[in-house]
Ligand binder design. Structure first.
Ligand code: ZN
Length: 274
């Protein structure tokens, strides 16, 4: 009899552990894709040397806002909100690059889903090209999650890539943000020295890898093409393989940040993925 009571108690304890684990595993419950810019590339062979020379193409720029039981995380901040006020957008100095427009500000998009900049706990940044860090200082209290190699990458202007007073966690490799495996930064250097991508495991939609600029559009992914502007060609190829391995292991989808054709197939905020 005593043994039975003991078993029941043990079973109860096990049940509560299992339920706690289940809760931890579904720590992330929402992911919004925010329109963080729209553009037209003058010549997409910048990203595929010798291929599609002179071809122009629409480009997207996304930010991804996700809610976890431990707080909000924003992945990338897009082109600066200031571009929204320019009726003709921002023309690039190199006509082969991207002419950017901002149909909506990031501030307005956050407001539309009831999130204040001060609600954002983590600001994870794929890399420090201007179209990804345009609004970092809208979130002065959010902790930056950036690779040390990117943070310390010398800037041609001789200034830091982020304000020195901005809270930061400098990473050296992969990083499990919430400690439960639901949101994991994957180190994917090559496009820039400390470039990173993000693996997100959603309870219903399943696993997704957010590319950053590890690749710019699907045909370049399918053919493993390395843009001429990348910091390191060999690292880029290795990083693309790391992403391919993660996709296979996690049965994940690859969401390519700049791929407008793919974005057109996805649900945009205020709709969301669970
Ligand atoms: Zn880039």
């Amino acid at each position: 009899m005593r043994l039975r009571i003991g078993s029941a108690a043990l079973l109860g304890l096990l049940m509560s552990v299992v339920s706690a684990l289940a809760q931890t595993n579904s720590g992330i419950d929402k992911l919004y894709i925010l329109n963080c810019g729209e553009g037209v590339a003058g010549d997409i062979s910048r990203w595929s040397p010798g291929v599609d020379v002179g071809k122009s193409m629409p480009m997207a720029e996304n930010c991804y806002l996700m809610h976890h039981a431990q707080g909000w995380l924003l992945w990338d901040t897009g082109i600066t909100d200031a571009i929204a006020a320019l009726p003709n957008g921002q023309a690039p100095s190199d006509p082969r690059a991207i002419h950017w427009y901002r149909p909506k500000t990031l501030a307005a998009e956050l407001h539309a889903v009831g999130v204040k900049p001060s609600d954002v706990k983590y600001l994870a940044i794929s890399h420090t090209h201007p179209d990804h860090i345009g609004n970092v200082e809208m979130f002065p209290e959010a902790t930056l999650l950036v690779q040390k190699a990117e943070y310390e990458w010398p800037n041609p202007l001789g200034v830091g890539r982020f304000k020195p007073e901005h809270p930061v966690k400098k990473l050296e490799g992969d990083y499990d943000v919430f400690g439960d495996g639901t949101v994991t930064i994957i180190s994917t250097p090559g496009h820039t020295p400390g470039h990173q991508s993000l693996l997100v495991k959603l309870p219903k939609a399943g696993a997704v890898v957010l590319s950053g600029d590890a690749v710019h559009f699907k045909s370049n992914w399918d053919n493993r093409r390395v843009p001429s502007i990348n910091a390191d060609k060999e690292q880029t190829v290795t990083s693309m393989q790391r992403i391919a391995d993660a996709l296979a292991k996690e049965k994940a989808q690859l969401w390519i940040n700049h791929d407008k054709a793919q974005r057109d197939t996805l649900k945009m905020s205020p709709d969301f993925y669970e």
